[in-house]
Design a protein around this ligand. Structure first.
Ligand code: NAI
Length: 251
């Protein structure tokens, strides 16, 4: 068991990649704290259903409703997680949204929403978790970026900028906190089969797959395996890195 005795905090994990990461970490013995946005009864039910699914693996799991983009809310939430679990060893900044559009047609609201949910949220969580990890003298922080954060993407200026920011944030944290035993890395997934990509038109999906040497979209488990590597001691000498998990789309 690679994560026995560890507590992992994962944002936006009621579904998709975050949920797959939570389940994989739990299978390796980690206790799980995860967050998600809860705006209605359906979202509350999804949060609880995921919590039960993770707990069924045989670890302690608690779900926390919260808007990751809200600094004050995050501060309260993380304090509660620390009180509930006693320590936070792994932080995965996974919560993310898209609000695509060509730059000239992009509204200020589209820009702000994506930057706040994708990038500011990571600042919020790192800001509150880092002092806890510093006291423990160990911790692993993983920012969920994207290949478009490395290469850019027409129609996604807000999203690509937020993901590039997550990469630079991980590298900066790696430099600032390495001496305290804290590692920070980013994962840059390519085209992964989730609700986010299922919403894309079929032609767009086909176009993406054409450019992938492995000729398939990635699975959430492909990303969860990478997160496990970065969270565990398997990567104890790895920090400030961006792992592109994209079937070879970008080399
Ligand atoms: P998803 O939409 O299935 O899951 C994202 C989760 O974040 C949802 O549960 C959502 O409710 C939650 N969330 C949204 N806003 C939030 C907020 N303000 N506070 C807390 N939680 C919030 O998306 P998916 O595909 O699982 O993506 C997860 C991460 O991976 C995202 O950061 C995304 O940008 C990134 N990613 C996904 C790729 C893909 O192909 N699916 C490719 C590259 C990166």
């Amino acid at each position: 068991m690679l994560l026995q005795g560890k507590t992992a905090l994962i944002t936006g994990a009621a579904r998709g990649i975050g949920k797959a990461i939570a389940l994989r970490f739990a299978a390796e013995g980690a206790d799980i704290a995860f967050t998600d946005l809860v705006l209605n009864d359906e979202m509350a039910a999804a949060l609880e259903a995921t919590r039960q699914e993770i707990e069924a693996v045989g670890v302690t799991c608690r779900a926390y409703a919260g808007n990751a983009a809200d600094f004050a809310e995050t501060e309260t939430l993380v304090k509660q997680v620390a009180a509930d679990f006693g320590h936070i060893d792994i932080l995965v900044n996974n919560a993310g949204i898209t609000k695509d559009g060509l730059l000239l047609r992009m509204s200020e609201a589209q820009w702000d929403a994506v930057i706040n949910v994708n990038l500011k949220s990571a600042f919020n969580f790192i800001h509150v978790c880092a002092p806890i990890m510093m006291r423990q003298r160990q911790g692993s922080i993983i920012n969920m970026a994207s290949v478009v954060g490395v290469h850019g993407n027409a129609g996604q200026a807000n999203y690509a900028a937020s993901k590039a920011g997550l990469i630079a944030l991980a590298k900066s944290v790696a430099q600032e906190l390495g001496s305290r035993g804290i590692r920070a890395n980013a994962i840059a997934p390519g085209f992964i089969e989730t609700a986010m990509t299922a919403a894309l038109p079929e032609e767009t999906r086909a176009e993406w797959i054409k450019h992938i040497p492995l000729r398939r979209g990635g699975t959430v488990d492909d990303i969860a395996s990478t997160a496990l590597y970065l969270a565990s001691d398997l990567s104890s000498y790895v920090t400030g890195q961006v792992l592109q998990i994209d079937g070879g789309m970008n080399m």
